[in-house]
Design a protein around this ligand. Structure first.
Ligand code: SAH
Length: 208
């Protein structure tokens, strides 16, 4: 069982993800993004519980989802569901700028603090509803969603650049599954199943 980020990075390397992602796992200390009392669990390839009944995803799943985004240097990326900001920091190792939207005030605040303390300067955490995306920051070169949606939020399709990717877990009958879509001629095309996985729900806007 890995006890350091180096150990975790070696495990991530086995997922055959882009080399920059393995390097990012060496550069970002997941313990800096763990809740109080969770630091010793940070180097395991396991999810960790967060306040407000939320969960920070399993590192190998984060690595695969981030890889599927096909992020290039220069990109402006949207993350929906910040949690405590670990994945945000990973995205910031490749993207030029990352905007992350989180609906729970307590988590958005904690993530901002964690990111600032870790010296991550190219990411912005916004308190808001991810179903609506972040219109004033659009368009995005990639959008990654960290909670399972009952359907694809239309605002995210609109805010994604042409020929770029949306990585999103969708609720299934018995389980959730992560899909990778590309935007072609204004619509999502070539949906590909990345992996089955369990996520907390992407909470729909009030009144749905
Ligand atoms: N990327 C994080 C995932 C945290 S869990 C990580 O890997 O650590 C998913 C997060 O999505 C939770 O923090 C939850 O509060 C948030 N969330 C759920 N519904 C949302 C919505 N409609 N808009 C924004 N954030 C949402």
């Amino acid at each position: 069982m890995p006890r350091t980020m180096e150990g975790l990075a070696r495990l991530i390397a086995r997922e055959r993800v882009a080399p920059w992602i393995v390097d990012a796992f060496r550069a970002v200390d997941r313990a800096d993004f763990a809740p109080v009392g969770g630091r010793e669990r940070a180097y395991r390839d396991r999810p960790i519980g967060l306040p407000q009944a939320q969960t920070t995803s399993q590192p190998s799943l984060i690595a695969r989802m981030v890889d599927a985004c096909a992020i290039e240097p220069g990109d402006h990326v949207l993350e929906v569901g910040t949690g405590y900001g670990f994945q945000t920091a990973i995205l910031g190792r490749r993207a030029t700028t990352v905007v992350s939207v989180e609906r729970v005030e307590e988590l958005a605040g904690a993530a901002s603090n964690n990111l600032e303390r870790a010296g991550v300067a190219n990411v912005t955490v916004v308190r808001g509803d991810g179903w609506l995306g972040v219109r004033e920051e659009a368009p995005f070169d990639a959008i990654i969603v960290s909670a399972a949606a009952s359907e694809i939020p239309q605002a995210l399709v609109e805010q994604l650049r042409e020929e770029r990717r949306l990585v999103i877990p969708l609720r299934g009958v018995s389980d959730d599954a992560v899909y990778v879509f590309e935007k072609v001629a204004g619509q999502l095309a070539s949906g590909r199943l990345l992996t089955p996985a369990r996520f907390v729900p992407l909470v729909p806007p009030a009144g749905w």
